[in-house]
Design a protein around this ligand. Structure first.
Ligand code: CP
Ligand code: NVA
Length: 307
């Protein structure tokens, strides 16, 4: 781990990821005092169930405290600039989890904060989700390298973090999107460079069946992410051939079906398979807690490395 923050999967080495997953696994069901006397603040510009609750519970499981603020209360960027918000938070609390729109807001907060800043979802990335998802896959399959994850739908924040994380740890990553919603070139090139080291094979296609065939994990997420609501009608049309349903999943009969939630059943995923035997969505949700306990324990003592 290069710095004090977790803003992007790009901040992590493969060893950082492996260490975090092992630490998270060890912390399952445990309580500790690692955050005793410390407070984590959550500043969220978008709604949340999992991220908010799992971070707040994680802080308490480690003997710490948490507080939640909506941007309307803080006036981030309107009442006062992000640089001042970061410097004031740094005088009161010991860590800041931020859910925001622009990745640049996170970077600005991190630059001016003396405390760790953690990305709790931006338009660009959702690193804690991707790490918790790798934990889920590792628990189910007892390994990561050499497995194939097929992501079907929008090349969004969740897809981007999963692509970068998979490429680092040697998971083959197949991404099926409509061509107008493909992954940006900069992320593809970062992923290719990580994959060249890890041996991960990457496939970018418009053909959902090609992506899914023989995969170990079939993953989908909403077609309309938070903040894109004005595009939802158009997106429903553009993605209509990308629903993960029983027919598509039959191309990967042994795969686990993953979704970060909240889902829009009947859009990106058929209701029967979301609730079906291949679905691991609630294990995924649970693992947000375990993974974030490891993130908090490590970052609050200075960095993400173990010792
Ligand atoms: N998966 C996830 O981040 O859920 P929330 O938006 O409810 O936090
Ligand atoms: N891509 C979704 C993920 C929600 C957890 C969004 O940004 O709304």
């Amino acid at each position: 781990m290069k710095g004090k923050d977790l803003l992007s999967v790009a901040d992590l080495t493969a060893d950082d990821i492996g260490g975090l997953l092992d630490h998270a696994q060890e912390m399952m069901g445990t309580r500790g005092r690692q955050l005793e006397g410390k407070t984590v603040a959550l500043l969220f510009e978008k709604p949340s169930l999992r991220t908010r609750v799992s971070f707040e519970v994680a802080a308490r499981h480690l003997g710490g405290d948490s507080l939640f603020l909506s941007p309307a209360e803080v006036g981030l960027g309107t009442r006062e600039p992000a640089s001042h918000v970061a410097r004031v938070f740094s005088r009161y609390v010991d860590g800041l989890v931020v859910r925001t729109f622009a990745q640049g807001t996170l970077e600005e907060l991190a630059q001016h904060a003396s405390i760790p800043v953690i990305n709790g979802l931006s338009n660009q990335e959702h690193p804690c989700q991707a790490l918790a998802d790798l934990l889920t896959i590792q628990q189910k399959r007892r390994k990561l390298a050499g497995l194939t994850l097929a992501f079907v739908g929008d090349a969004n924040n969740v897809a981007r973090s999963l692509l970068l994380a998979s490429a680092k740890v040697g998971v083959n990553f197949h991404l099926a999107t409509p061509s107008a919603y493909a992954m940006d070139e900069d992320t593809v090139s970062q992923a290719r460079s990580a994959a060249a080291t890890s041996g991960s094979r990457l496939l970018f296609t418009r053909d959902a069946r090609e992506a899914v065939t023989g995969a170990d994990v079939v993953y989908t997420d909403v077609w309309t992410s938070m903040g894109q609501e004005a595009e939802s009608v158009q997106r429903r049309k553009d993605f209509s051939a990308y629903q993960v349903d029983a027919g598509l999943l039959s191309a990967a009969p042994d795969a686990m079906l993953m979704h970060p939630l909240p889902a829009h059943p009947g859009e990106e995923v058929a209701p029967d398979i979301l609730e079906g035997p291949q679905s691991v969505i609630f294990d995924q949700a649970e693992n947000r807690l375990h993974l974030q306990k490891a993130v908090l324990a490590r970052l609050m003592k200075g960095n993400l490395s173990r010792e």
